[in-house]
Design a protein around this ligand. Structure first.
Ligand SMILES: Nc1ncnc2c1ncn2[C@@H]1O[C@H](COP(=O)(O)OP(=O)(O)OP(=O)(O)O)[C@@H](O)[C@H]1O
Ligand SMILES: Cc1ncc(COP(=O)(O)O)c(N)n1
Length: 268
C-alpha cells in the first residue's frame, strides 16, 4: 500500500479555474497531496462573476462520496460550496458514517460578485449538521456574522465570534481577515478553545483575489494530509495565499485568480 497523502475536496466547480474544485486541486498538488474531488454543483463562472449554477442531484453527490470511501480513504478533506440543505445533510452523514478525520469546513456562502453559493435556508443545516464535524472552520468575516447572528466590528467581536462558533461544535476556528477595511492588515484569527493566535499578513491592494478563501482552506487541508499540525497547517496556508496574491496572473477582466504556483517558486 502506498502512503501517499490523499486530500479530498467536496465543493463546486468553477469553470474559470480560480476558485472551487479547481483551486483546491491545484493547491493540493502544489503542497504534495494527491487530490480527489466530489462535485456538488457546476457553476458557469469567470473572473466577471457567476453566470449560472447547476446543482448536482444529491444521490450523485452521495455516490461520489461512496466511490471514494470504498477505495481511497482521504487523510483530510475540505468542504466548499455545498449549495443546499440536502447536500449538507448528505455530506455530514457521510463524514459521520465513515468517521473521516481532518475535516476542514469553508462555509462558502456568497461569491465575490454577489452570487449566492449557499441557499439562505441551508445556513441552519450547516450550523446543525456540519459545524460540529469541523476540525477547522474557516469563515470570512461576513460568513462569521451570518453563523453567529452578530455584527463583527472590532477585534473583541471577532474573538467573541470565534468562541461562539467553538460553542457550536467546531473544534478550531480561523476567522479570516481579508474582508477587513483596506487600511487594516489581513490578520487571520485562530482559536482552538484555549489559544487565540493571530496569523499576520501584508495587505495587497489588488482585484486579483478570486478564490483566496478556497485556496487558503485547501492549503490547510493539504498540510493536514501530509501530517502537519493544525497550527503548522494554518501557518503554511497563510504564506501560500500571501504568495498567491502577491504574484497575480492578470487573467480575465474582472476579479482575477490567484497564482497557485507562486509559493512553490519561492519556497520549494
Ligand atoms: N488583499 C489581500 N492581501 C493579503 N492577503 C489577503 C488579501 N485578501 C485576503 N487575504 C488573505 O486571504 C485569505 C482568504 O481570506 P478572505 O477573507 O479573502 O477569504 P474569503 O472571503 O473566503 O475569500 P473570497 O473573498 O475570495 O471569497 C486569508 O488568509 C486572508 O487574510
Ligand atoms: C464554485 C465556487 N466555490 C467557491 C467560490 C468562492 O470563492 P472564494 O471564496 O474562494 O473566492 C466560488 N466563487 N465558486
Amino acid at each position: 500500500m502506498s502512503n501517499t497523502p490523499k486530500a479530498l475536496t467536496i465543493a463546486g466547480s468553477d469553470s474559470g479555474g480560480g476558485a472551487g474544485i479547481q483551486a483546491d486541486l491545484k493547491t493540493f498538488q502544489e503542497l504534495g497531496a494527491y487530490g480527489m474531488s466530489v462535485i456538488t454543483a457546476v457553476t458557469a463562472q469567470n473572473t466577471k462573476g457567476v453566470q449560472n449554477i447547476h446543482a448536482i442531484p444529491v444521490e450523485m453527490v452521495a455516490d461520489q462520496l461512496k466511490s471514494i470511501a470504498d477505495d481511497l480513504r482521504p487523510e483530510s478533506l475540505k468542504t466548499g460550496m455545498l449549495f443546499s440543505a440536502e447536500i449538507i445533510e448528505a455530506v455530514s452523514s457521510h463524514i459521520e458514517e465513515y468517521q473521516w478525520t481532518n475535516v476542514v469546513v469553508d462555509p462558502v456562502m456568497i461569491a465575490k460578485g454577489g452570487s449566492e453559493l449557499l441557499k439562505k435556508d441551508a445556513i441552519e443545516a450547516l450550523k446543525k449538521h456540519l459545524l460540529p464535524l469541523a476540525d477547522i472552520l474557516t469563515p470570512n468575516i461576513p460568513e462569521a456574522e451570518q453563523l453567529t447572528g452578530r455584527k463583527i466590528e472590532n477585534k473583541q467581536d471577532r474573538e467573541d465570534a470565534a468562541k461562539f462558533l467553538h460553542g457550536l461544535g467546531a473544534k478550531k476556528i480561523v476567522i479570516k481577515g481579508g474582508h477587513l477595511p483596506n487600511e487594516n492588515e489581513p490578520v487571520d484569527l485562530y482559536y482552538d478553545g484555549e489559544r487565540m493566535i493571530e496569523f499576520e499578513g501584508k495587505r495587497i491592494i489588488t482585484t486579483q483575489t478570486h478564490g483566496t478563501g478556497c485556496t487558503f482552506a485547501a492549503a490547510i487541508t493539504a498540510e493536514l494530509a501530509v501530517g502537519k499540525s493544525p497550527i503548522e497547517a494554518v501557518e503554511t496556508a497563510k504564506t501560500f495565499i500571501q504568495e498567491a496574491i502577491s504574484a497575480p496572473l492578470h487573467l480575465g477582466s474582472g476579479h482575477g485568480p490567484t497564482n497557485h504556483w507562486a509559493y512553490r517558486r519561492k519556497y520549494q
